[in-house]
Design a protein around this ligand. Structure first.
Ligand code: UD2
Length: 302
């Protein structure tokens, strides 16, 4: 794969789950700066060869320092929890929209390519499956609306100012270093419950579907977006097939032969029902091909 080399790169959220894996892929051949407030990220996940600025996206001085002279900005820092956005919409908006807009301004000033971690949540309730990038956007949570706004700002910054933006609409990313307690992803939560032999908690009837894409594939998509893809465009990043949460819970119970069983609790506010992408645009324009399967990767995570 063609990778960025000898470039000056900023990874926001580079101490976190997805960002730190991206830094691992880029750091050998590029000059990498990480901006991260260490709220869910960890200092020890940041490769020693990268420069860590441990500060918040709202810290103007730190952001100025982080963006100085960069060629690429990979913007991974965010409030990633749909549930948290329902609990604290104003705070979530400030992080996910306001801070992203300010970073886009920096990309414009620095003439940097801006690769944005957008989300499947922009689609909300889809009218048809699989979901195509041009399908209606009907977010069901503040989080989805925030990601949609920032994703649209990326498009506009290309249209109006010519900034090279690419929005990658991640479906459900999982893998090592996904740790977030109450607000973590469902796979991390289910594995944790199975290890403790506690019941796996399904929100609602469990018929909601998700496409789980491994973090290694998401890193590949980001590297491809640095050198391929059409600026101003957005791409679905998933595997192209989805599973119900009920089946996921059963898969965890069966695979690890835990004494846990499955229990149903209240549905979550803002939860989306169907989530299954078409990834043909990413295949065609980025050359993206997911390589990791859920079954084999669950074993590795265990
Ligand atoms: C994930 C991402 C979000 C966004 C979105 C795109 C996380 C934390 N959030 O939101 O940033 O990219 O995907 O689609 O990765 N569930 C249970 N039991 C639990 C926990 C969750 O049943 O104990 C259900 C939950 O109600 C939902 C599904 O599992 O239907 C996935 O939940 P999630 O929090 O892992 O991710 P999601 O899709 O809300």
């Amino acid at each position: 794969m063609e990778m960025p080399t000898d470039q000056s790169v900023l990874v926001t959220g580079g101490a976190g789950f997805i960002g730190s894996h991206l830094v691992d892929a880029l750091v050998a051949d590029n000059d990498v700066v990480v901006l991260d407030n260490l709220s869910s990220g960890r200092r020890e996940w940041v490769d020693d060869r990268a420069t860590l600025i441990a500060a918040d996206l709202h810290n103007a001085q730190a952001v100025d320092q982080a963006v100085d002279g960069v060629d690429y900005i990979f913007h991974e820092a965010a409030n990633v929890s749909v549930e948290h956005s329902v609990d604290a919409p104003v705070e979530s908006h400030e992080t996910n929209v306001d801070a992203t807009l300010r970073l886009l301004e920096h990309a414009r000033n620095e003439d940097a390519r801006f690769i944005y971690a957008s989300s499947a949540a922009v689609y909300g309730t889809p009218e048809s499956i699989p979901i195509d990038e041009s399908d209606p956007k009907q977010p069901t949570s503040p989080y989805g609306l925030e990601k949609h706004s920032a994703d649209e700002y990326c498009r506009l910054y290309h249209e109006i100012y010519g900034v090279e933006t690419i929005a990658l609409r991640y479906f459900n990313v999982y893998g090592p270093r996904q740790r977030g307690g109450q607000y973590s992803g469902v796979i991390d939560i289910f594995l944790d419950q199975a290890r403790r032999e506690e019941d796996l908690t399904i929100h609602g009837d469990g018929k909601q579907t998700r496409d789980f894409v491994h973090v290694d594939d998401v890193v590949t998509a980001n590297c491809l977006a640095a050198t391929h893809g059409v600026p101003g465009e957005a791409y679905n990043i998933g595997t192209g097939s989805s599973i119900t949460i009920k089946d996921l819970a059963q898969l965890v119970v069966d695979t690890f032969e835990t004494n846990s069983s499955v229990t149903h609790i209240d549905a979550r506010d803002g939860d989306i029902e169907q989530s299954c992408p078409s990834i043909r645009k990413a295949q065609r324009e980025l050359g993206f091909e997911p390589t990791q399967s859920l079954n084999s990767k669950l074993e590795a995570l265990w």
